[in-house]
Write a protein that binds this ligand. Structure first.
Ligand SMILES: Nc1nc2c(c(=O)[nH]1)N[C@H]1C(S)=C(S)[C@@H](COP(=O)(O)OP(=O)(O)OC[C@H]3O[C@@H](n4cnc5c(=O)[nH]c(N)nc54)[C@H](O)[C@@H]3O)O[C@H]1N2
Ligand SMILES: Nc1nc2c(c(=O)[nH]1)N[C@H]1C(S)=C(S)[C@@H](COP(=O)(O)OP(=O)(O)OC[C@H]3O[C@@H](n4cnc5c(=O)[nH]c(N)nc54)[C@H](O)[C@@H]3O)O[C@H]1N2
Ligand code: SF4
Ligand SMILES: [Mo]
Length: 773
């Protein structure tokens, strides 16, 4: 598709172009009362119905009973850890895990005949939900320049095509290699090895849009970008703080862990602008009591905070802890630096500013601080509600300040718990998927393989989009994911991808990133986690790392969706051979035929993987080292954990505007839309909704059920707009609104990213609502 300039803004797309979202029929959209509880019998019923309809009875039994079992495969949905084998249930999965399996192990196929029947323009008119329902990709496909169709291509020709394009670049830095967090450790390791031997660190990943702010904040303050708790710690905590996270939908089995903690006497504080089901009440479907009974009241205190009010909240908590002398003086003097500056800073906190930023009362904040002061061991959990704002790094550092002041790091039942998203996003980073690799990692790579890896930093996601727009990058390769719809500012991202010569998508299922492409485009279909991976030396398993640094094996058992599929490792190593040819010092064919050789490489390069092969086949895998958790050692420049002082900044919202967060429904995995039922929020049959407080609606002269365009307001003056959304009156703080990702990604300005992590500000988009008609 040629880039014409129909909108006059240089992208070829208007903000509301139907090619970006498809044309949805939402005539069945219905809104009812939100639920207060999560899971229970409906969760079991929905999970089984979806599984049966997509996979049939025998596949359902063969997959779901192996999910998260020691000899089975790892759930490909979220990164929540599995209990020890002794504590596992026969059915160790949740509703959304079952949906993820059904989505991958579906019996439906998107074959070459499918692509022959549909032009790319036709497909662009369909919604993401429809695209996903077309089933598993079965053949490598190519879209030639100016063609309106994908057509089949042989694997050899496909690899040669990628190799030719890469070899023709003036510099390896003109190629971008994206990774989504589902790739295995083995695939991720060979991918970065190839990319670095090619000569670039252009390894943007989904982390850049996800927990990057957590990584940056934690590396600066405690010297490592990973959480410091285990499941056992959660069970033993006195107090668990859940900030900016919706576990009932996005990490459902976390609720089981919280329930155990709760029964052992833990208290729970939830901090969230929305009263998400599950934060309030949980009915565990694994116990008869949960299915039929009243369930467990999880939160002892719910703080309905304004969007982006968390920095102010934690600073005020810090102030009260200092005033009450509720600081762990031994920990502070023994292990930290910067306490004095932080203390002086928080003592000067402006309470009026705190109350305005948080929308909370002083009593609520005092009660929260009191619970933290009274707890001997607190765990601080957070997810996207904290990481996707302009000042996210500072906000997370403020949470860390409170944890440091209380000595809540490196002791049982306490710690920091950034709850990861994709099932192996943490492992991919451990394997070196990082555009800013630490020098020690590159040194180890050089020592192990004998080539000189590039030392200059590569592009992250936002920088990659700019690079494509400015024609500084001509080849875009994606190991999984859906870059177009995960990235911000969909019109600009679409224009960026279309400026490239070649886009390559290594994928399991059709998505919009296959339709908005470079001049030439390849779809390389790959095996999923549920499927057998046979290579020259026999069946292979892969490994992953969960949110709590546990590395374990995963083995698929199903027959591959098509005989033409290749594993991610096979595809990446063949691309490496095609691009590097004789100049490579790596024996790619050997790595492909026996993944033990990849794990041996990982053992040589990545700390913590000593005796990898033996330890990972043991039943529950092993835990990677974490100096603050293990020995209260902090690998920061000063050798101590670092307090930091940050100003409270409030988002400027012009009169008549709202701050919008873009979030997940209960029926999607990121850009994969499973269905149209956001059951807990009571929104059924559609996704084009915007949730707004009753008082704001009144002030704007709008009512529940009205139709509006959502228009975002950003300094560059471009028109960013999505059309014809249904207004839903919802219990969100005054001045804030919520709508689903990815349909509202066109509103997130590319230029609006977090300071220090460059993460798009998907949870604080300033918008206005324009009535339709
Ligand atoms: N079923 C399912 N599971 C998933 C995913 C999925 O899409 N579907 N995605 C996976 C991925 S990649 C990720 S990263 C995680 C995401 O997991 P979450 O972070 O839970 O995902 P979001 O839907 O973005 O929800 C953000 C939550 O933060 C709240 N929030 C928003 N802004 C603020 C704020 O300023 N302050 C506070 N305190 N709260 C705020 C929102 O109301 C919402 O409850 O889930 C993973 N698991
Ligand atoms: N507005 C807004 N934008 C956001 C967010 C938000 O909250 N709001 N959240 C951000 C976050 S936290 C994240 S993590 C990103 C997610 O960004 P991505 O990781 O890029 O997106 P996904 O939707 O998870 O990718 C889905 C696609 O992955 C492919 N796939 C599935 N399984 C496999 C597999 O096993 N192997 C391979 N090779 N491919 C597979 C399928 O083709 C599927 O269509 O989006 C970010 N974007
Ligand atoms: S909690 Fe996450 S990893 Fe566990 S079964 Fe559910 S979706 Fe899968
Ligand atoms: Mo994520």
């Amino acid at each position: 598709m040629a880039v014409d300039d129909t909108d006059g803004n240089g992208t070829g797309y208007t903000g509301d172009d139907s090619r970006l979202l498809g044309t949805a029929d939402e005539t069945d959209l219905a809104v009812e009362h939100p639920h207060d509880h999560a899971a229970g019998l409906p969760a079991v019923t929905v999970a089984m119905k979806r599984a049966l309809s997509q996979m049939g009875p025998s596949r359902t039994a063969r997959t779901l009973l192996r999910l998260n079992q020691a000899d089975g495969f790892d759930c490909m949905s979220c990164a929540w850890p599995d209990p020890d084998p002794e504590h596992r249930h026969r059915a160790e999965f949740c509703e959304n895990g079952a949906k993820a399996v059904a989505e991958e192990a579906t019996k439906v196929r998107a074959t070459p005949e499918f692509f022959a029947r549909h032009t790319i323009s036709d497909l662009l008119q369909q919604t993401d939900h429809w695209l996903g329902q077309q089933g598993r990709l079965t053949h490598p496909m190519v879209k030639r320049p100016d063609s309106e169709h994908y057509e089949p291509i042989d694997w050899d020709d496909a690899f040669a095509l990628v190799g030719d394009h890469l070899r023709q670049l003036a510099s390896p830095d003109e190629a971008l290699f994206y990774t989504s967090g589902r790739a295995s450790n083995e695939a991720a390791f060979v991918y970065q090895l190839f990319v670095r031997e090619l000569g670039t660190n252009n390894l943007p990943d989904c982390s850049n849009m996800c927990h990057e702010s957590s990584g940056v904040a934690m590396i600066d303050t405690i010297g490592i970008g990973k959480g410091s708790v285990s499941l056992e710690d959660l069970y033993r905590a006195d107090l668990i703080v859940l900030a900016g996270q919706n576990p009932g939908t996005n990490h459902p089995r976390m609720l089981s862990a919280l329930e155990i903690a709760k029964r052992r006497g833990a208290r729970i504080i939830s901090i969230n602008p929305l009263r998400e089901a599950g934060l309030v009440n949980f009915r565990n479907p694994q116990y008869p009591r949960g299915v039929v009974g009243a369930g467990t009241d999880l939160s002892d205190l719910h703080l309905q905070i304004r969007l982006n009010g968390d920095l102010a909240l934690f600073q005020a908590i810090g102030c009260l802890l200092v005033e009450w002398d509720a600081v762990d003086a031994d920990f502070v003097s023994g292990y930290t630096e910067g306490f004095g500056e932080w203390r002086d800073h928080v003592l000067g906190v402006d309470w009026d500013q705190v109350l305005a930023a948080t929308g909370l009362s002083r009593e609520q904040i005092t009660e929260t601080a009191r619970m933290i002061a009274d707890s001997d061991a607190t765990i601080y959990c957070w997810a996207m509600g904290l990481t996707q704002h302009r000042n996210s790094v500072a906000t997370i550092k403020e949470v860390i300040n409170v944890a440091l002041a209380r000595g809540d790091i490196g002791k049982p039942g306490a710690g920091l718990c950034p709850v990861r998203g994709h099932s192996n996003v943490q492992g991919d980073r451990t394997m070196g998927i990082w555009e800013k690799p630490p020098p020690a990692f590159l040194d180890a790579l050089e020592a192990a393989y004998g080539f000189e890896p590039p030392r200059h930093h590569g592009f992250d996601v936002v920088e990659s989009i700019h690079a494509m727009l400015e024609a500084k990058a001509a080849v875009f390769v994606a190991l999984g994911g859906n870059f177009l719809h995960a990235a911000p500012d969909t019109a600009l991202t679409a224009a960026a991808l279309e400026k490239t010569a070649l886009t390559v998508q290594i994928s399991t299922k059709l998505n919009r990133s296959h339709l908005i492409t470079g001049r030439t485009a390849l779809i390389l279909p790959t095996l999923g986690r549920t499927e057998r991976d046979d290579q020259a030396t026999g069946p292979q398993f892969i490994t992953v790392e969960d949110s709590m640094s546990v590395v374990h094996a995963s083995r698929g058992r199903l027959d591959p969706a098509s005989e033409h599929l290749r594993s991610e490792v096979a595809i990446v190593t063949r691309i490496a051979e095609a691009a590097l040819g004789d100049r490579s010092v790596v024996d790619w064919a050997a790595l492909r035929s026996d993944y033990r050789l990849i794990r041996a490489g990982i053992e040589r390069v990545v700390p913590g993987f000593v005796d990898f092969e033996r330890r990972v086949v043991e039943r529950s895998g092993f835990v990677l080292p974490h100096p603050p958790r293990d020995t209260r050692s902090f690998h920061t420049p000063s050798g101590r954990a670092q307090f930091t002082a940050s100003p409270i900044e409030t988002i400027e919202v012009p009169p008549g505007h709202l701050v919008l967060q873009t979030l997940r429904s209960h029926d999607q995995f990121n850009t994969t839309i499973y269905g149209l039922s956001d059951r807990y929020r009571g929104i059924e049959g559609g996704r084009l909704v915007v949730m707004v407080n009753r008082r704001d609606l009144k002030a704007m002269g709008l009512r529940d059920g009205d139709r509006v365009d959502i228009v975002s307001c950003w300094e560059d003056g471009r028109d960013r707009r999505v059309r014809n959304f249904r207004v839903v009156e919802y219990d969100t703080p005054v001045g804030t609104a919520a709508a689903y990702y990815p349909e509202t990604n066109p509103l997130v300005p590319l230029g609006s990213a977090a300071e220090g992590s460059n993460t798009p500000t998907s949870k604080s988009v300033v918008v206005r609502l324009e009535p339709v008609g």
